[in-house]
Design a protein around this ligand. Sequence first.
Ligand SMILES: Cc1cc2nc3c(=O)[nH]c(=O)nc-3n(C[C@H](O)[C@H](O)[C@H](O)COP(=O)(O)OP(=O)(O)OC[C@H]3O[C@@H](n4cnc5c(N)ncnc54)[C@H](O)[C@@H]3O)c2cc1C
Length: 615
Amino acid sequence: MIKDKYDIIVIGGGHAGIEAAYASSKIGCDTLLLTMNLNNIGKPSCNPSIGGTAKGHLVKEIDALGGAMGVLADKAGIHFKMLNKSKGPAVWSPRAQIDKDLYPKFARNFLENVPNLTLAEGQAKEIIIKDSKVVGIVLNSDERIYAKAIVFCSGTFLNGLMFTGETISSGGRFGEDPSLNISDLLKSYGVEIGRLKTGTPPRIFADSIDYSKVEIQTGDDNPLPFSNKTDKVENKIVCYQSSTNQRTHDILKTGFDKSPMFKGVIQGVGPRYCPSIEDKIARFAERDSHKIVLEPEGLSTNSVYVNGYSTSLPESVQIEGLKTIPGLENIRLKRAGYAIEYDYFPSYQLKFTLESKAVEGLFFAGQLNGSSGYEEAAGQGLIAGINAALKVKDKGDFSLSRSEAYIGVMIDDLVNKSSDEPYRLFTSLAEYRLLLRQDNADIRLSKYAFDLGLIDEATFDRVNKLKDETDSLTKYISENKISAEIANNYLSSVGESLVLGSTDLASLLKRGAVTLEDLLVLKESNNVFSARAKEQVQINSKYEGYIKRQLKEVEYFSENEKKRIPNNFDYDKVQSLSAEARQKLMKIKPSSLGQASRIPGVSAADLSIIAVFLK
Ligand SMILES: Cc1cc2nc3c(=O)[nH]c(=O)nc-3n(C[C@H](O)[C@H](O)[C@H](O)COP(=O)(O)OP(=O)(O)OC[C@H]3O[C@@H](n4cnc5c(N)ncnc54)[C@H](O)[C@@H]3O)c2cc1C
């Protein structure tokens, strides 16, 4: 039964909507999650995977803040891998293949059991706004539902158009209707709208692959879960790798004259870091091969996702090209790849809470903010859901800074640098990435989650225990020594130079090849401390110099964040600002000198002028 009034309505049951609805319900708001099809809640529109570089960090942060994505990915996960293990710990990133059918099933089931949350199937055709303030929605059935705040998470559905070669159809994604009307309505309230594009590869039948010609990709030996609430995860499938060749490229080129992208039929810009195969062939003409990964889409489906072959070329060209790839000579196509073009709202129009600057009480989260990716959407959904709930309860704002979380980096980038191409998070975008590791997300964020009511006391206690244990272990290694004889036996076995006398563990641990585990074994105290405490201490010790430097940089960063710029600051009065800086500052209205410094086009000279004026 749907009521006619809620505290909060979340429109859209994608990854953003799930987190928004879950967070606002947990904060105690009577929440309605309205979505077009309840069986498609959290459906992976494209790649059946969660996590990856920087995205895995986001999932861990969402989990630390009490969100759902980590738990769902662990449950639906079928192949787990920690990426970038050969590099430093700042960039280790967990990733999992998920079962594309189980994930939405688990997501729906999970949300159905959340107190204060109602799930409903339907389409919002209008957002009711009075005096620039949100009041409610109108459904396609003309039913009106009222709310104090709305979180809008419509993904790729707004005026969505799908393209395969010269075939164009209207839809939010394969097999689903688009969402019409709302963009135009918001435009009439002064909200700027743009068009973006993304695409997906074909799916092929698993039994049509010749597995003797492809390379196996296995998951990790002892895979780790995303969520602190999951004890154990298991690898249930393997993936396979192959590659395109010059023949593939020659065949695909024959379809270029029918490509909606190359013919300019698609106007929206696509994700630069997730290019289509035709884009790769055109942009990197010198390369005669591109990697293809064959990813099974689940345990009870015979569908395989052809990662690396995203395309909107005509279906016949897609098939012909696929058949030139080793192992795919006899494949049968399950579904052709396609591109989708949709409306988005450039995100400079948002506050850090993800509330619209133009319409009070209207929060935006996910792909419609110009981002791309499930994890980016989920991170935004969580922040929007929290802030919508805080607004309803008149409890202020919640945001995370760039020095605290990847979620903070992402939202800061979206608000300050909203661009005309889909935004994707990378570890290189985080200035303080040695502090924002995936392994310490709960240590960084649990206090916020607990204060907001997003995690329970037992979870918070576990994190505090870990912090205490890490402190005791840090103390233990600085206070305990090993005799020169025992130390040297070990040091020579790992190829390190010898010591002259008994040496404390902390000093020995600084050596490249020395591990904390080995040192604790030598002290017969390896079973005293947990694996997580050991991991924290080892990373803190090995990277101590860099970590200290980043902490110093954060101090400087925080100083500038504290220098507030009033919302009514009149940039027109500051004569000596450059024209570009004035225009950008007036558009974004930064709330601090720190934020102003991150707006492209605002120079160091502009900043000093503002600083003087503020004084
Ligand atoms: C073809 C395709 C290819 C993609 N390729 C990639 C890729 O290569 N890489 C990548 O990172 N991401 C890709 N994506 C994007 C990825 O799907 C999104 O990043 C992610 O799903 C965004 O989550 P979201 O919650 O914002 O929206 P979605 O997951 O799209 O969910 C939107 C939800 O809103 C609901 N909805 C919409 N309008 C209304 C309405 N008016 N009333 C009620 N409910 C409504 C829909 O039913 C849906 O449940 C692709 C998406 C598509 C469709």
